[in-house]
Structure formats: C-alpha cells, structure tokens
Design a protein around this ligand. Structure first.
Ligand code: AMP
Length: 308
C-alpha cells in the first residue's frame, strides 16, 4: 500500500550539548519519507528552493520515494529551522523559523497522491494540511502531526483538523499546551473527544503512549546510551509507524502495537547522528535486528513480526 506525505523539506541548524551544525538536511517530510520507505512506497509532497541541490536531494535516491510532488521554486530559499537542545534532549528550543518557500506553498495533488491508502499530514501550517486533506479521496488512514509553533499561531485551524483525522501524533508538552490540562490522560481524552480514534503521544527518551477509546499501550524508547541529536525523532517515528501499518493488509490492535515498536526502532537510529546521517546508512535488516533487540529488552510479546 502507498502513503502520501505532505510536510517540510528543509535546512536545519542545530546545536546540542555534543556538537553543532549550521546547515544540514531536515524537514518533517524528509525524515518521514526516508523512514516509511523501509516498508512502503511514499509519495512525497513538499516544496524546496533552488538552494536545495540535487546532491541534497540524493537523500531520497534509491528508496521507494516518488518525488513528482517535490516542487522546486526558482530564486527562492528552502524552509529553514534552527533549534537548540540542552542536556534535557526532550526539550527543543526553536531559535529561528524561516518559512521561505513554504509561505506560498499550495500543493495540488495528482491522482496517485490523492488516492494513496495512507495520508500523513506532517508538521506544516494547519490550513495547508486541511487543504491537502480535502483533495484526497478518503484514505484508509489519515494521520496528523503538529507542533507548539502551530498551536500558538493557528489553534482554530488545528482544532478543525483534529475533527477530521483518524490518528494524531503529538508530544507530551503539546497535549498540555493545546488542552491547558495538566493531566495527560484527561488531556488525551479531550483531544480524542474531537473525533480521532487514536492518539500517539511522543515522550522523547521516555517513549510513546498510544491511547485509543478503550486501550492504552506504552512503549519505552529503545535504550540507547549515546543520543547525539534528537531532531527528526518524531517524524522518523511517524514514518516507521505508518510505513509499517501501510505494509499490513489489516490494521488491528496487535499491528498498531508492532507499528509503535517499529517507529521507536527507526527513531532510535535517527538520534545517533546529526540530520539523516545515521538513517541513510542503515538497511531493513538493521531495523529488524534492532526490533528483535527491543523485544528481548522490553519483553514485548510478539513472536512473529512481519510474518503475515
Ligand atoms: P521533529 O521530528 O519533531 O524533531 O522535527 C524535526 C524537523 O521538523 C526539523 O528537521 C525541521 O526542519 C522541521 N520543522 C521545525 N519547525 C517546523 C514547522 N514549524 N513546520 C514544519 N516543520 C518544522
């Protein structure tokens, strides 16, 4: 099954306690596409400036990623984000966001993009996300990610979207920010009451909490000893999670739990180096090997992943 993702392809500047980089490839749709393409075909819909070279775009090469929807605007600059982390790597401090080409971006999806089975509305301006959703022919799963920046600047648009999607990926602080509710479970219920079936709350190094109308599943993060740069962990998680789901003929509770673990495994590679440097090095067999390690370490009861 195929996935359409709409989000950012960007340049990032990042500072962590372990190093800094002034310009590297980033963007919500970039991390997502590369991670999801381990399991399923991805239609990438985004926009870049002509500062994003063919060499930069080689991050997508040799993978099941269709770039028909990656528009390049002449004489314009790509989306730019600059962020910083202290020793608490769960908290990203945004230093600068330059929308550049994203400010005017109004994607028009082609037939293949509109009819994909899974639609991922990666972190982007909520009105743009809604416009994309309206163009699609009811995908089997519509999932959405967002961030504090949009909760601050476009909360009403975001609420309209929350009513229309099946699955919301959001981090812990954003649940509290959006709901103004200190208790996470209450906050989650408040968001689910708007319409989605499933809320996946990302909790950085503490892992992920999946809350549905009648179940809760918690998975720890893969216990890495050397986390270098957490940028992209959320989008990589989303890519592994939805990529795995798109590769399944049926989506039931057990598959959702496996998908959470695959998402966590993919994200654990991303945080080992800057940008997509680590993700680009690995193969599906590295992913499957770490999945088995994860199972053994956490006693996650799943004897036969990917056997059906
Ligand atoms: P995360 O997976 O949450 O760490 O997301 C990291 C990526 O999100 C970075 O590579 C940024 O380029 C991108 N990003 C940062 N701010 C925004 C924004 N406001 N809208 C869309 N993408 C963003």
């Amino acid at each position: 099954m195929s996935i359409t993702v709409v989000g950012t392809v960007a340049f990032d500047a990042i500072q962590t306690p372990f190093g800094r980089v002034d310009r590297c490839i980033g963007g919500s749709a970039t991390y997502f596409s590369v991670a999801a393409s381990f399991f399923a075909s991805v239609n990438l819909v985004s926009v870049i400036g002509d500062d994003f070279s063919d060499d930069d775009a080689s991050v997508f090469k040799g993978r099941k990623i269709n770039l028909d929807g990656l528009q390049r605007i002449k004489g314009a600059k790509s989306f730019f984000w600059s962020g910083e982390y202290g020793y608490d790597l769960n908290v990203a401090k945004t230093r600068d966001t330059q929308l550049n080409v994203l400010a005017e971006f109004q994607p028009k999806l082609n037939e293949a993009q509109r009819t994909a089975d899974v639609l991922f509305l990666a972190n982007a301006q909520p009105d743009l996300q809604m416009d994309v959703l309206k163009q699609c022919k009811r995908p089997r799963v519509v999932a959405l990610d967002t961030m504090n920046y949009w909760i601050n600047t476009a909360k009403e648009s975001l609420t309209r979207l929350f009513r229309e999607v099946d699955l919301i990926l959001i981090n812990e602080a954003e649940v509290r920010q959006y709901t103004q509710e200190p208790n996470l479970v209450k906050g989650a219920r408040q968001i689910l009451s708007l319409g989605a079936d499933t809320l996946v709350i990302k909790r950085g190094e503490y892992g992920v909490l999946m809350i549905t109308k009648d179940a809760i599943f918690a998975a720890p993060a893969y216990p890495l000893e050397n986390v270098f740069d957490p940028t992209g962990a959320g989008d990589t998680f989303a890519g592994g999670f939805l990529g795995y789901l798109a590769s399944r003929s049926e989506i039931h509770d057990r598959e959702l739990r496996r998908a959470i673990v695959f998402g966590s495994v993919l994200a654990s590679f991303t945080v080992e180096k800057f940008s997509l440097d680590r993700l680009r090095e690995i193969t599906l067999s590295d992913v499957l090997e770490r999945y088995q390690d994860f199972r053994a370490l956490t006693h996650f009861d799943d004897p036969e992943p990917m056997s059906s």
